[in-house]
Ligand binder design. Structure first.
Ligand SMILES: Nc1ncnc2c1ncn2[C@@H]1O[C@H](COP(=O)(O)OP(=O)(O)OP(=O)(O)O)[C@@H](O)[C@H]1O
Length: 212
């Protein structure tokens, strides 16, 4: 269970999260919908512990964020190509992510994650030579590698073509069937409707229930 209790965040003298309270139950798939700059990514980074709230509290399985570790190590996350290193291969990027967690580095697990997102695990090129969609797939693999019970996906449809969208729907349906707790942001409400149990609207740093 993930809980945000009255979380606000001020950056550069601007309040970018305003009194956000929400609960995500185990096995639930939650969608966050909202326009550019509304605060979706900051909410994800706050849950992960990469961003520290200015006020309020984040609890992951009852434990306040940053109580023991700097960030939540037991959450798989896909934050898009910006969270990847362009001069390293897909394999190296995933290896570096595993090194930040409590998991042993297992090269077979990394190969399997790359195969699962339909990338060639023997491709040694730096990912700066990959297409946007291929980099997005590396980012998706990053969320999957340690098979954590909770996984976070920021704009997973970015740069993904029609065939890839079908693949994404299948992937999320499979993860939902495995009772993973999923948090997925997107501008695409139809996509979120298809892959999540519940959608919340993010607008100017505030979170409200989606209108049915
Ligand atoms: N490091 C930072 N310093 C100052 N402001 C920031 C910083 N990071 C993000 N912001 C601001 O916080 C607000 C929310 O950004 P966020 O990335 O969460 O939006 P988003 O809803 O994910 O947008 P998008 O759909 O474009 O990805 C934006 O106005 C952004 O400019």
């Amino acid at each position: 269970m993930i809980e945000l209790k009255d979380v606000s965040k001020t950056l550069s003298h601007r309040e970018i999260l305003r009194h956000v309270s929400l609960e995500i139950k185990d096995g639930e798939s939650l969608g966050l919908n909202g326009p550019n700059g509304s605060g979706k990514t900051i909410i994800l980074k706050t849950i992960l512990g990469f961003v520290r709230p200015s006020s309020g509290e984040v609890l992951v399985n009852g434990v306040p964020n940053r109580a023991k570790t700097l960030f939540a190590t037991a959450i798989g996350f896909s934050l898009g190509e910006e969270a990847l290193l362009p001069n390293f291969s897909a394999t190296k990027n995933l290896e570096l992510i595993v090194l930040t967690t409590d998991h042993e580095l297992n090269r077979q697990v990394i190969r399997e994650a790359l195969i699962r997102v339909e990338l060639n695990p023997d491709d040694r090129r730096p990912i700066k030579f990959f297409s946007l969609g291929m980099k997005q797939r590396v980012s998706l693999a990053a969320a999957l590698i340690n098979n954590e019970p909770t996984m976070i996906f920021d704009e997973p449809t970015n740069g993904i073509d029609k065939k890839g969208q079908l693949f994404l729907r299948e992937l999320f349906s499979e993860l939902w069937g495995q009772h993973k707790t999923l948090i997925i942001t997107s501008h695409d409400e139809t996509f979120l409707n298809d892959v999540t149990d519940r959608i919340l609207e993010v607008s100017a740093g505030e979170v409200t229930a989606s209108e049915e």
